[in-house]
Design a protein around this ligand. Structure first.
Ligand SMILES: NC(=O)C1=CN([C@@H]2O[C@H](COP(=O)(O)OP(=O)(O)OC[C@H]3O[C@@H](n4cnc5c(N)ncnc54)[C@H](O)[C@@H]3O)[C@@H](O)[C@H]2O)C=CC1
Ligand SMILES: O=C(O)CCC(=O)C(=O)O
Length: 413
């Protein structure tokens, strides 16, 4: 059973605040969100009936810049989860050293059960309800689970009806509307760079290591392709429809083709179907969760066999699981660093929109690699100076940067 996401994230924040010796009033102020928005979104469905959904945007902190974070469409979206994810964005943008604060949004819905036109109407109504609270220099949404570049195109269009053409109000847009080359792959590419950096610390590399991946959407499929390209052997993989394995390594380009042709994972010809409950505890060198939060908890952590966990998803590991995994000697690379490639390239997209100048893909990927490797060095330095694990190294790095910005702005009023 997973812990409440907000309780788990706040627990990690408080541990970091204690390690940093943060003033208790500043600690309290950093934890409370700047603003929580909850809106009713009622739309006509294709059959003529009305349906109502609840949309959220939590703007957690803006001390370091405009608030930034994705919009999730998923049935389990709730205020505590969005709040936790918004808080994680604040520490993540600080770890990545991009000039943003943190936010996250979502709508409680099942996107797979809505038609394209229903999704468009829902996105437009949600944007109408929040348009005066987001903006290029206040809060900049992006895609997350269940949303994509098309969702951002609808948000951009709806927002622009109120405020004039505003390409930098969302990132993760289609290239034709000012999206950045490389943004689609960026989170997965960042996961690959982060994995390389971590394995190198232990004298290992992607090539020759075995991987298990949960989630085969934007993040999971790009991570799988890039790990595969670098010689990593992906021996098991799963999504919401089921899981597959192949000891010799799954042929990822063939699986991509199968998926893009509309095939389900379980019908992929050159792998055997396995029980999804076994996926996260499958024997491997590196486990890469790329789907939901809370999937590694006190119930399954004792059975994890991976030596390394790369948190490509947000908040896949409970603090209770962290303790169990640490005792087993499993090294966990935390989400606020491991999946920061997405927001880093979102920053590049925003910069390009504001400058009105497009970068080529090579520049995007080279800059992404520089930001990822710099953040890793800074996290390692925090781990060394505070004698802590990678999660606390990343949290203390992020929290300290936000605390400094807050104090510099004159928090002591
Ligand atoms: N898209 C982005 O740029 C970023 C995403 N993330 C995080 O990465 C994770 C995945 O996001 P995306 O790939 O964008 O979402 P997506 O919607 O493109 O893909 C989600 C994947 O998770 C799978 N999934 C859903 N429920 C599952 C379950 N119960 N068991 C197994 N698989 C399940 C889906 O089948 C799908 O393959 C989320 O935690 C998200 O917050 C983090 C940073 C940036
Ligand atoms: O690209 C972005 O702005 C945010 C992506 C996101 O939601 C995340 O990193 O969790």
């Amino acid at each position: 059973m997973a812990m409440n996401a907000l309780a788990a994230t706040s627990r990690n924040f408080r541990r970091a605040a204690r390690l940093l010796g943060l003033d208790s009033k500043l600690e309290k102020s950093l934890l409370i969100p700047f603003r929580e928005i909850k809106v009713e979104c009622t739309i006509p469905m294709d059959d003529g009936t009305l349906a109502s959904f609840v949309g959220f945007r939590v703007q957690h902190d803006n001390a370091r810049g405009p608030m930034k974070g994705g919009i999730r469409y998923h049935p389990e979206v709730d205020p505590d989860e969005v709040n936790a994810l918004a808080q994680l964005m604040t520490w993540k943008t600080a770890v990545a050293a991009v000039p943003y604060g943190g936010a996250k949004g979502g709508i409680g819905c099942s996107p797979g059960e809505l038609s394209r036109s229903e999704l468009e109407r829902l996105t437009r109504v949600f944007t109408q309800k929040i348009h005066d609270l987001i903006g290029t220099h206040t809060d900049v949404p992006a895609p997350d689970m269940g949303t994509n570049a098309q969702t951002m195109a609808w948000m951009l269009d709806e927002y622009s009806k109120f405020h004039g053409h505003s390409p930098a109000v969302v990132t993760g847009k289609p290239i034709d509307l000012g999206g950045s080359l490389g943004r689609d792959a960026a989170t997965g590419r960042g996961v690959m760079y982060a994995t390389e950096a971590l394995l190198a610390e232990y004298g290992k590399s992607i090539s020759g290591s075995t991987f298990v991946i949960q989630g085969f959407g934007n993040v999971g499929s790009w991570a799988a392709q890039l790990i595969h390209e670098r010689g990593g052997k992906i021996i098991a993989l799963g999504d919401v429809t089921g899981s597959i394995r192949n000891k010799a390594g799954i042929d990822i380009p063939a699986l991509m083709k199968h998926r893009n042709d509309g095939g389900a994972l379980k019908d992929f010809h050159s792998a055997e179907v396995m029980d999804s409950a076994e996926l996260l505890v499958h024997d491997c060198d590196v486990l890469v969760p790329c789907a939901l939060g809370g999937v590694l908890n006190k119930d399954n952590a004792p059975d994890v066999k991976a030596k390394f966990i790369i948190e490509a998803a947000n908040h896949p590991t409970d603090p209770e699981a962290d303790e169990i995994l640490a005792k087993k000697g499993v090294i966990v690379l935390p989400d606020i660093y491991a999946n920061s490639g997405g927001v880093i390239v979102s920053y590049f997209e925003w910069v390009q929109n504001i400058q009105g100048f497009m970068w080529d893909e090579e520049k995007v990927n080279n800059e992404l690699e520089k930001y990822m490797s710099s953040a890793f060095r800074h996290i390692k330095a925090m781990c060394k100076s505070l004698d802590c694990d990678l999660r606390m190294g990343a949290f203390t790095l992020g929290v300290n940067r936000v605390a400094r910005a807050t104090l510099l702005r004159g928090w002591e009023a």
